[in-house]
Design a protein around this ligand. Structure first.
Ligand code: 2RA
Length: 330
């Protein structure tokens, strides 16, 4: 069977990766429609000899689609995802609009594939930091029983979108030429800096990005009592996120066993041999399907604790790849 597929937000950083991955992974498509805002309608996109004319995303756009993957931001998703669903088109939504909706499964195929069965034509894709962190947290949870964790994220600018990728590039060039460095996308210069501020601040002092790690991990792992405390930081890296995690488990842990279960987990690549300087780095996890896990060690602050480091492509496992894997699971 072949499917009529749509990409909503086709001109965005994630949209372009969706286009590439659907072809790269030979998704069974009878046709592919690229949808975006009226601003982009009419533009043409070439890909592997295929020429696409971008259409404006409207409710009626979904009448002739079987699956639509959305990555156009929260507002277009809130408006158009229900329109797609009620026309019988299955919407895979990368925005946070429906992630916590009890009627919408939030799916990471390697972690909770069974959740997809409950969908009512809307399936939510998790936040990038959550999906990447779960590539280490999930196998360790299954083995040792996850109780709580602390996380510090080192997030690539690609998470903010295409304009942020351009901003980092511009700032490095301005620096090289000794020109004044200009910031438009971020409140402060990102080149050679670190911004402890991603998304909006909540009353409890955490940002929405930091609360996503807690709320989404609970839903995906099915652990309503899981607790975590996260600090999300933007760093001048192009497109792969890294996360430093300290986790406490129910059962006694061992580094050897931890390495085994991670290397056996389909979404992870064990990259942990510090004697030979082997550990995951974002520069080398761009466009990689698996997330790298390393620096695994017994945590010095917890009884049954493990510390470790994960790196993964924010545009792939963090967004477009996970969405395409959900479509494959369908
Ligand atoms: C970010 N996780 O990195 C958010 C959205 N992709 O900005």
């Amino acid at each position: 069977k072949k499917y009529r597929v749509g990409i909503v937000g086709a001109t965005g950083a994630v949209g372009q990766e969706l286009l590439e991955l659907l072809f790269k992974r030979n998704f069974p498509m009878s046709e592919l429609t690229l949808l975006a805002s009226s601003r982009s309608a009419g533009k043409t996109v070439e890909f592997e000899g295929n020429k696409f004319v971008i259409e404006e995303a409207k409710p009626e756009s979904f009448e002739k689609l079987d699956i639509a993957i959305f990555s156009a931001g929260g507002t277009p998703s809130k408006l158009l995802v229900p329109e797609a669903a009620k026309r019988g088109c299955i919407a895979i939504d990368n925005s946070s609009a429906f992630r916590m909706d009890p009627n919408v499964p939030l799916v990471v195929p390697e972690v909770n594939p069974e959740a997809i069965k409950t969908h009512k034509n809307i399936i939510a894709n998790p936040n990038c930091t959550t999906a990447i962190s779960l590539m280490a947290l999930c196998p360790l949870h299954r083995e040792f029983g996850l109780k709580r964790f602390f996380a510090a994220t080192y997030q690539a600018v690609s998470g903010t979108g295409a304009a942020a990728l351009q901003e980092l590039d511009n700032q490095v060039k301005q620096y090289a030429k000794g020109e004044e460095i200009t910031s438009k996308v971020y409140p402060y210069q990102i080149a050679f800096n670190a911004l402890p501020h991603i998304d909006v601040f909540q009353d409890n002092g955490y940002t929405k990005e930091e609360m996503k790690m807690l709320n989404e991990s609970r839903k995906i792992l099915g652990l309503p009592s899981l607790v975590c405390s996260t600090t999300c930081v933007r760093i001048p890296v192009m497109r792969a996120h890294s996360v430093a995690i300290n986790a406490e488990f129910e059962k006694p842990v061992s580094v050897e066993r931890a390495r085994e279960v991670i290397s056996q987990f389909s979404g992870a690549e064990l990259n942990d041999d510090v004697a030979n300087l082997k550990y995951p780095m974002p520069l080398f996890y761009q466009r990689k399907v698996k997330c790298g896990v390393g620096r695994i060690r017994k945590d010095l602050a917890f009884e049954n604790g493990l510390s470790f480091w994960v790196a993964g492509d924010q545009l792939w496992k963090g967004a477009a790849l996970n969405a395409v894997q959900i479509a494959e699971l369908l």
